[in-house]
Write a protein that binds this ligand. Structure first.
Ligand SMILES: [Zn+2]
Length: 77
């Protein structure tokens, strides 16, 4: 058995709250693994998004005028 498989068998700590969480609980797979719950998964996701939106050196560009985007599709027959 590979060490990776062993890792899946044993418990893991939720990266958000530190609670023990399992890849598989009884016969059911934990859909939130490696998090203990949906809440912790969302907390992690929001952290990730928060970081992703703050890209250093990149300023928010003003919205372009999209007057040209309302061209009729004349090419279809
Ligand atoms: Zn948790």
């Amino acid at each position: 058995m590979s060490s990776e498989a062993k890792e899946r068998m044993k418990g893991n700590s939720c990266p958000i709250c530190g609670k023990e969480t399992f890849y598989q609980q009884g016969t059911e797979k934990n859909p939130f693994f490696p998090f203990c719950s949906e809440r912790c998964r969302w907390v992690d996701l929001s952290h990730w998004l928060d970081g992703a939106y703050r890209i250093p050196g990149e300023e928010t560009l003003p919205a372009r005028e999209n007057a040209d985007s309302e061209k009729p599709d004349a090419e279809e027959q």
